[in-house]
Design a protein around this ligand. Structure first.
Ligand SMILES: *[C@@H]1O[C@H](CO)[C@@H](O)[C@H](O)[C@H]1NC(C)=O
Ligand SMILES: *[C@@H]1O[C@H](CO)[C@@H](O)[C@H](O)[C@H]1NC(C)=O
Ligand SMILES: [Zn+2]
Ligand SMILES: [Zn+2]
Length: 316
């Protein structure tokens, strides 16, 4: 639908294209806008874009404050894309999956904002995110299964309330877990990183570019085609006028008795194969070839060249 509309509007503009250069730039800017619309519109509407999360992890070791920043997470598909920060808190109990709705979080008293660090598995993402949200977490960080290294993916967690949820790799998660279990006070700032358009969306994007290109090409083609004959017709008409003028300027002579052109040993007119007689009007071209005026004028009008030596009457 979008393509058809754009095609029509481009088509409407095309008639102006020959008139003013500004019309041309308006067409290209329109196309540019269409491309940008597709670029921004497609991944959004499909919900396929992946947003990375920058994690600024800060903790104290000895009397040194250590701060590390990494693009180590991805936002969940149903997470708001917002900056959140707080102290990192683990679920209490013998496991870290926060699937039990009664799960408590060992939240430090002085912290007014906190993020739950939960391991993947045991129940759905939606379930564990909601458990943490109900306990008052400002954000949820979920780390991947053991053995997955630093692999992450955008979680699907439909039905969670407006709470930021990001996934981090298993190794990064365990690193944080050990620190906190040792009693280290860890704070994290989660910031929105970059957007990635996954392969499938790329494919759709390129396909749409291709379609837009084809439609544009088609629009150009069908608006230009009828103009082509007009264009050359005008040129041909102009050419005819020039040729007529050039013919009018070529030397004319009326033959009379005694002229060498009338000599029977001389050549006949190559157009009509007749001999030259007194009272015949001849045209003498710049190349010195001559013919009956009545014979050569229609020939020149059609061919512009001397029938013998091919010299062009417009070039002499
Ligand atoms: C990370 O957070 C700490 C503490 O809030 C801050 O001092 C530091 O500048 C941040 N680092 C970066 C690279 O933003
Ligand atoms: C959480 O704390 C409450 C009250 O302290 C306790 O009753 C409950 O059993 C705890 N939940 C779990 C899963 O340990
Ligand atoms: Zn002739
Ligand atoms: Zn000639």
């Amino acid at each position: 639908m979008v393509f058809v509309i754009s095609c029509l509007s481009v088509n409407g503009k095309m008639s102006l294209l020959t008139a003013t250069p500004s019309a041309q730039s308006s067409v290209s800017s329109r196309l540019l806008r269409l491309s940008i619309f597709l670029l921004l519109g497609l991944p959004d509407s499909k919900g396929k874009a992946i947003w990375t999360a920058h994690l600024n992890i800060t903790f104290q070791e000895g009397n040194q404050i250590i701060s590390e920043l990494g693009e180590s997470g991805v936002f969940g598909n149903h997470s708001p894309l917002e900056r959140v920060s707080g102290v990192v808190v683990l679920p209490e109990g013998w496991n870290q999956n926060a699937c039990n709705p009664m799960t408590n979080f060992s939240r430090p008293e002085q912290a007014d904002s906190w993020l739950a660090l939960i391991e993947r598995g045991g129940c759905t993402f939606t379930h564990k995110i909601n458990v943490a949200a109900q306990k008052g977490a400002n954000g949820v960080i979920i780390y991947n299964y053991p053995g997955t290294g630093n692999k992450v993916f955008p979680m699907s967690h439909q039905g969670t309330e407006n709470i930021v949820a990001v996934m981090i790799g298993n190794l990064k998660g365990l690193e944080l877990l050990y620190l906190i279990q040792k009693g280290v006070y860890v704070t994290i700032i989660i910031e929105v990183g970059r957007v990635y358009v996954p392969w499938m969306s790329h494919y759709i994007l390129y396909l749409s570019y291709f379609l837009v290109f084809m439609f544009t090409y088609y629009c150009f083609y069908c608006t230009w085609r009828p103009q082509m004959p007009n264009y050359s017709l005008r040129r041909r008409r102009q050419m005819k006028v020039d040729v007529k003028k050039a013919i009018g300027q070529i030397e004319l002579r009326m033959l009379k008795e005694g002229d060498k052109e009338i000599d029977p040993n001389e050549n006949d007119c190559v157009v009509c194969f007749d001999t030259y007689k007194p009272q015949d009007v001849i045209r003498i071209l710049a190349c010195k070839h001559f013919f009956h005026k009545a014979c050569i004028d229609p020939w020149l009008l059609a061919h512009r060249t001397c029938p013998i030596c091919k010299c062009d009457i417009l070039r002499t």
